[in-house]
Design a binder for this molecule. Structure first.
Ligand code: ARG
Length: 262
């Protein structure tokens, strides 16, 4: 008998591993009646989310404030590193992953996404005078990326040797200190971080002109939150259509590419 119970438990646990049971996102009603939408964010990704003193600010925080206004709930912001955003969402610990998250087919196996609200791309950043001038020159070189990101997936898929860093700033520092030859990061964040670096240093960083991937940004949710995702998608599409999202990009001086441009 004991053996049978153990076997049933083992099978149940195994099924949980595959189906992600227990990892249930909150429904629209549950969020509305709690009065709060809890977002998970990695605020090292300007202009989408970054720290301004103790506050988290950026395009996606503004978007989430508008979403909360329309849902009639308060925005609650939890900060953590990027890896933890993705894991926390899958586990249903937070309602929304807000981190310049790119929709990918492999991520879709583990979480839900709203419609996307903009398109970005990966950029290569090098130091001034580098012999790397395009993607083809990365062959045999070492690059830095942030762990868990599509830049890391890009490095793996292309067979590049790379170092992955939990913090974006450390991936940048690895390039500056010469530990790596290039840093691969999403284009709009590259512009912000490179500008900030160059304005304070004599040695300069350079962004190469080759957009290498298409990265549709979206917001992530746990399975179980289907109706919440639909509600947020509807709000988001409205904000894209009436020009609010584009105006937010302008507010942060960032070029906007609409999700339909694909
Ligand atoms: N768009 C990339 C991805 O989804 C990078 C996102 C990194 N976000 C951050 N807040 N550090 O993998």
């Amino acid at each position: 008998m004991k053996k049978i119970v153990a076997l049933v438990l083992a099978v149940a646990m195994l099924m949980c591993v595959f189906t992600g049971c227990g990892a249930k996102g909150r429904t629209l009603d549950e969020v509305k009646s709690s009065g709060e939408l809890i977002i998970a964010t990695s605020p090292d990704f300007p202009p989408f989310e970054e720290l301004d003193g103790q506050d988290v600010v950026g395009i996606e925080i503004d978007i989430m404030n508008l979403v909360c206004e329309k849902l009639g709930v308060e925005l609650v912001i939890e900060t953590m590193d990027f890896d933890s955003v993705l894991l926390g969402i899958q586990a249903g610990k937070y309602d929304v992953g807000v981190s310049g998250i790119t929709v990918t087919e492999s991520r879709r196996k583990n979480m839900l996404f709203t419609d996307s609200y903009c398109l970005a791309a990966q950029s290569i950043v090098v130091t001034e005078g580098s012999e790397i001038a395009a993607k083809a020159d990365l062959e045999g070189k070492k690059i830095s990326v942030q762990s868990g990101t599509t830049a890391e997936a890009f490095a793996m898929e292309n067979g590049y040797s790379f170092d992955a860093y939990v913090a974006n700033s450390d991936a940048q520092a690895a390039l500056v200190s010469g530990k790596v030859d290039a840093w691969v990061i999403d284009n709009l964040t590259a512009i912000e971080m490179v500008d900030a670096y160059n304005s304070e240093h004599d040695d300069k960083l350079v962004i190469l002109d080759e957009a290498m991937t298409t990265e549709p940004y979206s917001f992530a949710f746990a399975f179980g939150s289907e109706d919440l995702v639909d509600a947020v998608s509807e709000i988001l599409n409205g904000l894209v259509e009436d020009g609010t999202i584009e105006a937010l990009f302008e507010k942060y001086d960032a070029p906007y590419i609409s999700p339909d441009a694909e």
